[in-house]
Design a protein around this ligand. Structure first.
Ligand code: PMP
Length: 416
């Protein structure tokens, strides 16, 4: 290549060679877990892969509302009324009435003074965290924070300190060590239920520690809004501290059966951030159908105690069944049940085997997992029946009894 900058024989893709080897290995074992294709999605709990029906147990569709008649009708009507897209950002091109309605309904539901709706959950954390923390502020972030929390800290010049996962004492120590943050504030960022292990934060203790040091507490309830709390507001509500949370974020892509996100605050001054948050200002706003589906889903969340009860029953059923079989589960019963496997290759083999045997769960491997663990991650839905959980349990039981056959089948694929 005739390029004056080019003093190396490497191609721009060579840095990805180790990753390519991992992908090649996975493809030898079976399917590409990061690029799985469904032939069809039939309901909240059933899809099709390779022409065969499969039980879906890895969709984060916690309340099963993606096929709720009212949510589907709301989305269809929105297309009829407002068309398919918004074609621009709310700052440059204006908001639709429904964007504002949704912000108001969410703020009321959460008992907050302000709520901003974003185009995705990912952008919500990028925008709010980078908008809130400026040059002189310090972000204290849980060690198992989601990628979009981490990326939010990278969009700002404030420094970031990690504290031990779900450990308020460690946060306390680090806040003390930091002393007075000159001309700035501490922003502590945690999650409600963590997405990979399904473990739950002691939010009440984090409130105490954070406020004792004069900091602000930000909680991402992406996996817990709709699922926990008497009215579905999440873990903070469940632990009785919702009114003490400074910022609460969430997504529409899980319990709310749509795409988009929100950040709400008990501080009405949060509104000013609409004028500075780049991932809010410089991207197109959520589509009418996404917003209207979410608007309807919030109503379902508020009155969703039966859905939450069913989800809890199914979580306990699966957790106790898998525990009895001797599986190593990463946390107590919750709608996310992560089964720890020996390593990435074993987990990949078993994940393929489960698909071939009619069950879809998530394959989760480093670097996206805590403690570099390789996981078969299950996420349950209120739409799962007792019989569905029995299908899952049977699949995991067969997986155990067919280990020898599985290993020889997969080793022969690897040596081909
Ligand atoms: N926060 C957490 C904890 C998540 O797990 C995710 C995505 N799974 C998000 C935020 C981003 O949400 P979305 O996929 O709706 O952009």
């Amino acid at each position: 290549m005739n390029n004056v900058l080019k003093n190396t024989p490497l191609s721009i893709f060579d840095k990805y060679a180790p990753l390519q080897s991992r992908v090649d290995l996975m493809m030898k074992i079976g399917k590409d877990a990061l690029g799985l294709k469904f032939d069809d999605i039939i309901s909240a709990t059933r899809g099709k892969i390779d022409g065969r029906e499969i039980l879906l147990a890895g969709t984060n569709n916690y309340l099963g509302l993606t096929f709720d008649n009212d949510c589907m009708t709301a989305a269809k009507n929105a297309v009829d009324r407002h068309g398919t897209g918004t074609t621009g950002s709310r700052v440059a091109n204006g908001s639709y009435d429904e964007h504002i309605q949704l912000e108001k309904i969410l703020a009321d539901h959460l008992g907050m003074e302000s709520c901003v709706v974003f185009t995705t959950g990912y952008q919500t954390n990028l925008a709010a965290i980078s908008g809130l923390a400026g040059d002189n502020d310090v972000i204290f972030m849980d060690a198992d924070a989601h990628a979009c929390v981490i990326d939010g800290t990278r969009l700002t010049s404030s420094s970031t300190i990690r504290f031990r996962h779900n450990n308020p004492e460690d946060l306390d120590k680090r806040l003390k060590r930091q002393g007075d943050i000159s001309n700035g504030n501490a922003l502590v960022v945690i999650e409600g239920m963590y997405s990979m292990f399904g473990d739950i934060a002691p939010v009440d203790e984090f409130v105490d520690v954070t406020h004792r040091h004069g900091g602000y507490l930000y909680i991402d309830e992406a996996h817990s809004y709709g699922v926990f709390g008497p009215t579905g507001c999440g873990i903070a509500e469940d632990q009785g501290v919702l009114d003490k949370i400074d910022f609460i974020s969430g997504t529409f892509s899980k319990s709310l059966a749509s795409v988009g996100g929100f950040c709400a605050s008990r501080h009405k001054e949060f509104e000013i951030l609409r004028k500075v948050m780049r991932p809010y200002m410089f991207t197109a706003s959520a589509t009418p159908s996404n917003i209207c589906a979410a608007l309807m889903a919030v109503e379902k969340v508020k009155e969703g105690q039966n859905l939450r009860n069913n989800l809890k029953k199914r979580s306990i059923q699966l957790h106790s069944g898998l525990s009895e079989m001797g599986y190593d589960i990463c946390a107590d019963a919750s709608p996310v049940i992560a089964v720890r496997r020996a390593n990435e290759a074993v987990a990949a083999m078993e994940w393929n085997w489960l698909i071939e045997n009619g069950v879809y769960v998530n394959l989760a491997v480093p670097p996206g997992t805590p403690q570099s663990s390789s996981l078969l991650r299950i996420s349950l839905s209120a739409a799962h029946t007792e019989a569905d959980i029995n299908i899952l349990l049977k699949a995991f039981s067969d997986l155990k009894s067919n280990q020898q056959e599985l290993i020889s089948k997969m080793s022969s694929r690897l040596t081909k």
